[in-house]
Design a protein around this ligand. Structure first.
Ligand code: SF4
Length: 325
């Protein structure tokens, strides 16, 4: 089983409660099962008797995790509890035990296709191609990160292979990526091509200073906890004049409403709604403040559950494309 490769994590987390305050789902459900310790205790039982993996409550618990990476990032020993949950999901899928909604999502995601429009020395993969007139546009579905998060590693590799072929045929040597989950996933897996986050790319043409305006930047799980705390988005926003107000009760908690699980709202809408409600409750002035997120998943969820909040993407925030629809 894949969880056997994470025996150190199980041994460390099953009796540790140090990071319980950083599990986004645990913070809204108050269930011990929705913390790293709870999940490690469950998987310790599974490790001792594999047939326990079929327990529907165990399976449900693994798919409730928001995979924020905050616990791993702030664990003093960086135990990979996120990797443990991903391994458990792979074991669930391999055993044919994936819940029907998970299988339906995977069935949809595996059909992703990709295409390139226009010409340019670089490619742009994201929601705002008009911001990158010098780049050809790569369009298509999820590159495989969502499938991987659901436990479908083979299918994720299949989609990634399709994407790799399209990129290779273009001859481009640089890929600018907007979505943090795709950026982290592709940077690790696309050899021979420079994968750059849109914030890094836009920094090269950012003004020295813009008119001061207050905003709240909701950190990305992927950029902070999966990419060593990339600070290019904050530097970019400051260059555009944003004064970024502190948010929440600490600088470690995830405020990305399930971004780490990529398709969290599709799979766990009630939990995602509760994560969004927590953001609204933590906000000083939710009706007046401008909230900026680099994640299309976080933006979509917050707009869906709290349309009264002004939430824009990072790319919208630094351009005139500020659609508040
Ligand atoms: S990730 Fe670290 S802090 Fe959290 S439960 Fe595991 S060992 Fe404890």
């Amino acid at each position: 089983m894949h969880i056997d490769n994470h025996g150190d994590v199980i041994a460390a987390c099953r009796f540790c409660f140090m990071c319980r305050h950083l599990d986004p789902v645990g913070n809204v459900t108050f269930r011990e099962a929705d913390t790293p310790r709870g999940r490690a205790l469950i998987l310790d039982r599974v490790r001792m008797a594999q047939e326990r993996l079929a327990n529907p409550d165990f399976i449900d618990t693994m798919y409730r995790s928001a995979l924020s990476g905050a616990n791993r990032q702030h664990c003093v020993s960086h135990y990979d509890e996120t990797g443990l949950v991903l391994a458990a999901r792979r074991d669930i899928v391999a055993a044919g035990l994936a819940p029907e909604p998970v299988k339906a999502l995977a069935h949809e995601l595996v059909r992703a296709t990709f295409a390139i429009e226009g010409r340019g020395s670089s490619l742009y993969f994201g929601d705002h191609p008009r911001l990158y007139p010098e780049c050809a546009t790569l369009s298509g579905g999820d590159p495989g990160v969502a499938l991987e998060a659901l436990g479908f590693a083979g299918e994720a590799a299949e989609v990634l292979g399709r994407l790799r072929g399209v990129i290779a045929a273009s001859g481009s040597g640089t890929l600018v990526v907007g979505e943090p989950s795709s950026y982290v996933f592709l940077k690790k897996r696309l050899g021979g091509i420079a994968v750059v986050h849109c914030s890094e790319y836009l920094l090269s043409t950012a003004p020295e200073a813009g008119p001061a305006r207050r905003a709240v930047y909701l950190e990305s799980d992927f950029l902070r906890n999966y990419a060593d705390g990339m600070d290019a988005p904050r530097r970019l926003l400051r260059r555009h004049g944003y004064e970024l107000a502190p948010f929440g009760t600490n600088a470690e908690e995830s405020h990305a409403v399930g971004e780490g699980a990529v398709v969290f709202d599709a799979l766990q809408p009630e939990l995602c709604k509760r994560l969004c409600r927590r953001i609204r409750e933590l906000a000083d002035n939710p009706a007046a403040d401008l909230f900026i997120t680099p994640s299309r998943h976080a933006k979509a969820a917050l707009r869906k559950y709290h349309p009264e909040m002004r939430v824009v993407s990072l790319e919208e925030a630094v351009t005139q494309e500020r659609s508040h629809k």
